[in-house]
Design a protein around this ligand. Sequence first.
Ligand SMILES: NC(=O)c1ccc[n+]([C@@H]2O[C@H](COP(=O)([O-])OP(=O)(O)OC[C@H]3O[C@@H](n4cnc5c(N)ncnc54)[C@H](OP(=O)(O)O)[C@@H]3O)[C@@H](O)[C@H]2O)c1
Length: 180
Amino acid sequence: MDNLDFEDNEVGRMISMICAVANDGVIGNKNQLPWPHLPSDMKWFSKQTRGNVVVMGRRTWHSLGLMKPLPNRINIVVSRQAEIAGANTVITDNVNQRVIDLQQEYPARDVFIIGGAQLYRSTMPITKKFYITRIYSDYPGDTYLDIEVLLENTKILQEKVIDASEEYPKHAFQIFQRVT
Ligand SMILES: NC(=O)c1ccc[n+]([C@@H]2O[C@H](COP(=O)([O-])OP(=O)(O)OC[C@H]3O[C@@H](n4cnc5c(N)ncnc54)[C@H](OP(=O)(O)O)[C@@H]3O)[C@@H](O)[C@H]2O)c1
């Protein structure tokens, strides 16, 4: 597929989120991604997060089904209540402070919130950059994100649109940055 290299206009590391969203804000179904395998999105996710810190909610950790961390990234799984087998768990009632602490602990890396919906919503106030894959297609879902609310007070930095093909729906890779 096309080169997905974007110039990074940012100086300094920051707290970012990365999320793929289909029509009507659908992001999950039955604790899985709602759409069939989309290799370009997997590649995008890997490229952005590799070498960085990824923070996820307990349900997303289980949805990965790996029972071990994503490779080449520092993996943190958050819970309010319990250690999670095989995961580097942070138990906290103040996730935003813990994420800010992680950014200070790893100043040479970006911290990426990688889902799911609960964690995206909690960390929205401290998220500065938004890596959004828009999938322009309908899928059944039980987990949603109001992407328009999420992207209030942001400006778009980059967009790359991938036209529909026989195999894959139209989708776009977008990067937004908070302006206020
Ligand atoms: N489309 C995408 O890009 C994308 C990305 C990731 C996930 N997903 C999908 O999203 C769905 C899962 O999302 P979800 O919203 O149900 O669950 P989630 O956010 O992945 O996990 C929820 C759990 O994580 C912990 N947690 C979340 N927010 C917390 C906070 N502020 N402080 C402390 N702990 C917190 C809690 O664990 P405890 O209950 O242990 O306290 C909570 O029950 C799945 O379908 C998954 O496939 C989609």
